[in-house]
Ligand binder design. Structure first.
Ligand SMILES: [Cu+2]
Length: 107
């Protein structure tokens, strides 16, 4: 039976092609977890030092769904990593509740 070995070789080829396809797919596109994560850049007024920036980070960090935050008082902004379904408005409210101002978008 010559079909046996031939079938086996074809199977191996398909297996390698599939492995390359999967590897390429993984390298070309971000992983699922990163894809659903979003980065929101929110301008913040009223931060005057690193302590203020830390307060803003803590404030947005308490909003459910927030994965991380990096605030900079020099740049007057906070960059927030959020999962799906986190509204910008919830972050703005948390920042304002902490005593800082977020200028209206497009103003
Ligand atoms: Cu401060």
């Amino acid at each position: 039976m010559s079909a046996g070995p031939a079938g086996g070789a074809a199977g191996g080829l398909v297996g390698r092609a599939r492995a390359r396809y999967l590897a390429g797919e993984r390298a070309g596109a971000p992983a699922q977890g990163e894809l659903v994560m979003n980065e929101l850049k929110i301008p913040v007024q009223g931060m005057t030092c690193g302590g203020c920036a830390a307060s803003v980070e803590r404030a947005v960090g308490r909003v459910p769904g927030v994965q991380g935050a990096k605030a900079s008082f020099e740049q007057a902004q906070v960059v927030v990593q959020v999962g799906p379904g986190v509204a910008r408005e919830a972050l703005v409210q948390a920042i304002e509740a902490a005593g800082y101002d977020v200028p209206a978008e497009g103003a």
